[in-house]
Design a protein around this ligand. Structure first.
Ligand code: SF4
Length: 233
C-alpha cells in the first residue's frame, strides 16, 4: 500500500517538474525581487481578497495616498480606511481587519514592522502570521514568498483552478489542502517561478470560463483536457 502511495507521489512530482519546465519555456524564468516590504505585502494581499488585480491596486494606492504610514492607518477611524479602500470591494470587512492586524502587530512587537518574520524559522513564521485574524495560508505564503523570498507557495484562484484541471491536486481539495499538497510536490527553489507562471497561464490560456486548450502547452499533462476533449476548441 505504502509502495503504491510512494509511486503515485513520485509520478505527481515528475508531472509537476514537467509542467514547470513547460511553463518556463512559455513564460521564461523568474528572478525573485522584493515587490514590497513584508508588512506592506500583508496589507496588499488582504486588499486582493475577492477582487481583481486592478481594483486591489486602486485600493492600495488610495490607502497609501490617504495615509502615508501604516501607523496612520492603524490610528485612523475604520470608516476613513473603508472609504480609502472602497474600490477594492468588501471595504467594510477589510477595513476593520486591517486596523485590527496593525494593532495586533504593534501590541505584540512594540512597533509596526514585519521585517522580523523573514528571519524566523519558516514554520514558526507561518504560525505567527496565521495567528493574525483574517490571515489564511495564501496571505501567509504571499508575505513570506514575495516579502521575504522564503519558501512558501501561495495558492491563488488561478493556481487552484489549474492545479485541479491538471490533476496535481484533488478536485475536492480545499485551498488549505492545496497549499500543503503543492508545497510538498513543488521543489521549494521553484515556488516563485511556478507560482508566477501558473498565474500568467491562468490569465492568458487556462481561463476560468473558457480555457484555451487548443493552444495550451500543458495539454499533454492535463486531466481536464483528456476528459472533456475538444469541447472548447
Ligand atoms: S489543457 Fe486546457 S484545462 Fe488543461 S491546463 Fe491547458 S488550458 Fe487549462
Amino acid at each position: 500500500m505504502r509502495l503504491t502511495s510512494d509511486f503515485a507521489i513520485g509520478e505527481k512530482v515528475a508531472k509537476v517538474k514537467a509542467v514547470h519546465e513547460a511553463l518556463l519555456e512559455e513564460y521564461g524564468p523568474r528572478r525573485w525581487r522584493q515587490r514590497l516590504d513584508p508588512l506592506s505585502e500583508l496589507i496588499y494581499t488582504i486588499l486582493s481578497q475577492n477582487t481583481s488585480d486592478v481594483n486591489r491596486d486602486r485600493a492600495y494606492e488610495r490607502l497609501k495616498k490617504r495615509f502615508p504610514t501604516w501607523e496612520r492607518v492603524r490610528d485612523a477611524q475604520v470608516e476613513e480606511i473603508a472609504e480609502a479602500i472602497r474600490p477594492g470591494g468588501l471595504a467594510k470587512v477589510k477595513a476593520p481587519r486591517i486596523k485590527s492586524i496593525l494593532h495586533t502587530i504593534t501590541e505584540r512587537r512594540g512597533k509596526l514592522s514585519l521585517d522580523f518574520i523573514c528571519q524566523m524559522e519558516i514554520e514558526e513564521a507561518k504560525e505567527w502570521l496565521g495567528s493574525l485574524t483574517g490571515v489564511g495560508p495564501k496571505t501567509t505564503a504571499c508575505v513570506l514568498l514575495f516579502g521575504c523570498g522564503r519558501p512558501a507557495f501561495p495558492v491563488d484562484t488561478h493556481v487552484y483552478r489549474i492545479s485541479k484541471r491538471l490533476g496535481l491536486i484533488s478536485r475536492k481539495a480545499s485551498t488549505q489542502e492545496a497549499h500543503q499538497t503543492l508545497e510538498d510536490l513543488v521543489s521549494p527553489r521553484d515556488y516563485y517561478a511556478f507560482h508566477l507562471n501558473l498565474i500568467a497561464h491562468g490569465r492568458e490560456v487556462c481561463k476560468a470560463r473558457r480555457p484555451r486548450c487548443e493552444i495550451c502547452g500543458l495539454a499533454s499533462y492535463c486531466d481536464y483536457r483528456r476528459e472533456v476533449g475538444d469541447w472548447h476548441s
